[in-house]
Design a protein around this ligand. Structure first.
Ligand code: F6P
Length: 539
């Protein structure tokens, strides 16, 4: 069954939201808090080790009611069911979307074309577990008989960002293996990594769903050439493994069939860290931690699938995002993790969110005349406070932000933790309240400086307070955003699981690459032709 295709702007709830927006757009959240002492409790969801306070948003109970109606009007419940039951909801590519199957229990049933995929998923998980243990224990060795010290993940996009983000986020749980990531086709990237490696003790994990991606194959070949300067062809079988759906191409690269970890076309690249694409995560933190990450994600899946919408975290966050994107015309959202471990979290989400929902054609194939995908950006707090927070506080743009913090720090330095969390709480309070002219005057400010020191406030934030950064809580957090992406795609009536927009640039790059070796430069606009000639004249 196809996904429902409903233009959200034609729904009753959308019209109600439009009318309602007129009455609320200038209301200050400060007044809403003053009017309702119970506001924070009303707009907080406590689930497992998550405390999600969305009361600092420019909404009332009426807004929330209409947003929930919108979810019903676009048949979200039915769409969730379609996703989880393995229907071909990635219609433009003719595929099911079942990353949720990768983290489901062994007893679950997820059917693709009438076949339960769970036994296959568990076969691959067992292979990941056995391989991980052998590498960590030193039972699997390099070509000179030495145990591995380093792992290099070679991949790009979804075959890099997820593993790289998780390995960074879970570095507290890391073992003795040093993990490196090579993604960019910029040769300086791979060469900087190679500089740090010993060919005898490095394991190479080539991750490419298609095994056709230019960047990944170029990096893999460069590494292979470098490796073969000290080792012979047979050594490749010991030290190179691959994760791919394209088994034949992996074999022609020289990789032993036993060292291929399969994946499936029903797992999108940007949702694939739960599959063997996460092999470098498993190697870095051990299989049990990798499995806990998956279990956490599965808990969020169950929450998303079963919880009523008003207490369903991904649904609520998605609705709020639609509220700002489509009614307040907010163009971007910031994701601020108050944990240095979340350093790459926003970068990771940029692919998940922007590659999925950066679409302008609806599910009927027609151009869309309302806003879709939000721009995503962010950096950890408190660093970002000293970088771009000025613009969020006093700039002209409305930037809704998710603040993510952990009650317990991992290293247990309470002094630092208290300072970190005081900033975490202070920022959302400041963004809510701002500072009035009276308050600025009361501080004894010189009269001509007063306007510059006034903060309007009324800047929306969600606070996600989580007990502790563990593999399990990280799994829940990532899955939460994955489901938020899905809900928004359903509301905006777009297909979230293809990415045709990245193809054009790739095609033109191959054409231009060929022209570097031809004498003539043709068929380009004059700007590109000049730039191309300039590059060719470089030496
Ligand atoms: O950027 C486009 C894209 O197809 C992503 O969706 C994907 O994650 C990435 O390229 C890498 O693809 P592959 O895993 O096939 O090398």
């Amino acid at each position: 069954m196809a996904l429902p295709s409903i233009n959200p702007t034609n729904t009753e709830s959308w019209k109600k939201l439009q009318e309602h927006f007129k009455t609320i757009k200038d209301v200050h959240m400060k007044d809403l808090f003053a009017q309702d002492k119970d506001r924070a409790n009303k707009f907080t969801i406590k689930w497992d080790d998550f405390y999600v306070d969305f009361s600092k948003n420019r909404i009332t109970e009426e807004t929330f009611k209409y947003l929930l109606e919108l979810a019903n009007n676009v048949k979200l419940k039915e769409a969730i069911k379609s996703q989880f039951s393995g229907e071909i909801i990635n219609q433009t590519e003719g595929r099911a979307v079942l990353h949720t199957a990768l983290r489901a229990p062994k007893t679950a049933e997820f059917n693709v074309d009438g076949v339960n995929v769970i036994p296959e998923v568990y076969q691959v998980k067992e292979k990941i577990e056995a391989f991980t243990n052998e590498v960590i224990n030193g039972d699997r060795k390099g070509y000179t008989g030495k145990a591995f010290t380093d792992v290099v993940n070679i991949g790009i996009g979804g075959s890099d960002l997820g593993p790289a983000m998780v390995v960074e986020a879970l570095q507290y749980y890391k073992n003795h293996l040093t993990t490196h990531f090579v993604s960019n086709v910029d040769g300086d990237h791979v060469n900087e990594v190679i500089k740090k490696l010993n060919p005898e003790t490095t394991l190479f994990v080539i991750v490419s769903k298609t095994f056709t991606t230019q960047e990944t194959l170029s990096n893999a070949n460069t590494i292979k050439e470098w490796f073969l300067k000290s080792a012979n062809e047979e050594a490749i079988a010991k030290q190179f493994v691959a994760v791919s759906t394209n088994i034949e191409s992996v074999k022609s690269f020289g990789i032993d069939e036993n060292n291929i970890f399969p994946m499936w076309d029903w797992v999108g690249g940007r949702f694939s860290l739960w599959s063997a694409v996460g092999l470098s995560i498993s190697l870095a933190v051990g299989y049990n931690n990798f499995d806990s990450l998956l279990k956490g994600a599965n808990k969020m899946d169950e929450h998303f699938k079963n919880e009523d919408f008003d207490t369903n975290i991904p649904v609520v966050l998605a609705l709020l995002s639609v509220w700002y994107n489509n009614f307040f015309n907010a163009e971007s959202e910031a994701i601020i993790g108050y944990s240095q471990y979340l350093n790459q979290f926003a970068t990771y989400l940029q692919q998940g969110i922007m590659e999925s929902n950066g679409k302008s054609i609806d599910r009927n194939g027609n151009p869309i005349d309302y806003e879709t995908g939000t721009l995503i950006w962010g950096e950890p707090g408190t660093n970002s406070q000293h970088a771009f927070f000025q613009l969020i506080h006093q700039g002209t743009k409305l930037i809704p932000a998710d603040f993510i913090g952990f009650k317990e720090s991992l290293h247990g330095n309470q002094d630092h933790q208290d300072k970190l969390i005081s900033n975490f709480l202070a920022q959302t309070e400041a963004l809510l309240n701002g500072k009035t002219e009276d308050e600025v005057v009361a501080e004894g400010t010189r009269s001509d400086i007063i306007p510059f020191k006034v903060f309007k406030g009324n800047k929306p934030t969600n606070t996600l307070f989580i007990n502790k950064l563990t593999p399990e809580s990280l799994g829940k957090l990532i899955a939460m955003y994955e489901h938020k992406i899905f809900v928004q795609g359903i509301i905006w009536n777009i297909f979230s699981y293809d990415q045709f927009g990245v193809e054009l640039g790739k095609q033109l790059a191959s054409k231009i690459l060929q022209e570097f070796n031809n004498s003539a430069v043709s068929n380009h606009d004059s700007s590109t032709s000049n730039l191309l000639s300039y590059y060719k004249s470089k030496s």
